[in-house]
Design a protein around this ligand. Sequence first.
Ligand SMILES: Cc1cc2nc3c(=O)[nH]c(=O)nc-3n(C[C@H](O)[C@H](O)[C@H](O)COP(=O)(O)OP(=O)(O)OC[C@H]3O[C@@H](n4cnc5c(N)ncnc54)[C@H](O)[C@@H]3O)c2cc1C
Length: 242
Amino acid sequence: MIVDASDLHISARPGQFFNVLCGEDNFPLLRRPFSIYRINKDSNTLEFLYLVKGIGTQRLAGIKAGETVDIFGPLGTGFTLRENEGTILMLARGVGIATLAALAQEAAEQGIRSVAILSARTRNDLLAAEALQGFGAKVYKVTDEDGTSGVEQVRQLIEQIMIEDEISAAYTCGSQRLSMLLQEIAAEQDIFAEIALEENMGCAMGVCFACVCDIQEADGSTRTVRVCKEGPVFSLEQVVLA
Ligand SMILES: Cc1cc2nc3c(=O)[nH]c(=O)nc-3n(C[C@H](O)[C@H](O)[C@H](O)COP(=O)(O)OP(=O)(O)OC[C@H]3O[C@@H](n4cnc5c(N)ncnc54)[C@H](O)[C@@H]3O)c2cc1C
C-alpha cells in the first residue's frame, strides 16, 4: 500500500510503524500496526507491505487506489544504524522483511552495504527480494519447500556470511527461532544486534499494556516493557525470547 504522505510533515524512521484503521464503521474496532516498508522522500510517499491474513488486512486490501486511509504514526522506536558501519546483516522470515527493507534503504543512502537472508515457507512466499537488491543488498533465500530454512542450515549460512562479508551489525524480524539463533551468534561473535518485535497491540500508544515483553538487565533482573512504546525495536541481546 503506497500512501501519499505529503500532508503529514513527519520524519519516519525504519523500524517505526503506523497504526492503521482497516475498515469503516469501526469494524474491526482495533487498528492494526504495520511497519514502514519504504520511505520515499522524493515523492513524499510511505509504503507498507502486508500479508492478507484476517479481517483487518482483508478490509485493507479492499481499499481502492485514490481512497483515503486513516493512519496514525509514526509510532515506536526505530533501528539504530551506527555511523561508519561496515556491512549489516538482515535476517527475516515472511512479512518480517517489511521493516528491514526500510533499513536496507537507509543503509544504502548512507553508503552502508547490506546482506539479507530471507526465509519463507515456499519460494512464492519470499517477499521484497527485488526491492532489497534495488538497494544494493546481497540476498540469500531459504525456504521450507527447498529444505534450506532449518535452524542449523541458517546457522551455517550466517557464519559463512559473517566471515565473507565482515558483518558488523545484525537485525532481525519475523521468526522466534531465527531470532534466538541470531541472538546466540551475535553473543558469540560480539556483534551489535537489534530485533523488531511483533506483538498483538491494543492502543499502540503505550496506554493499554496489551503488548508487553521482558527485557533482561545487565544485573540479571528482568523488566517488563511495552512493545509499542519502548519498542518495537530492542537490543537483541536484552530481549527475552524464550
Ligand atoms: C509493530 C508491528 C508491525 C507490523 N508490521 C506488519 C507489516 O509490515 N506487515 C504485515 O503484514 N503485518 C504486520 N504486522 C502484523 C499486523 O499488525 C497484523 O497483525 C496482521 O496483518 C494480521 O492482521 P489481520 O487483521 O489481518 O488479522 P486478524 O487475525 O484479524 O488480527 C490480527 C491480530 O490481532 C489480534 N486481535 C484481533 N482482535 C483483537 C482484540 N480484540 N484484542 C487483541 N488482539 C486482537 C488477533 O489475534 C491477530 O493475531 C505488524 C505487527 C506489529 C505489532
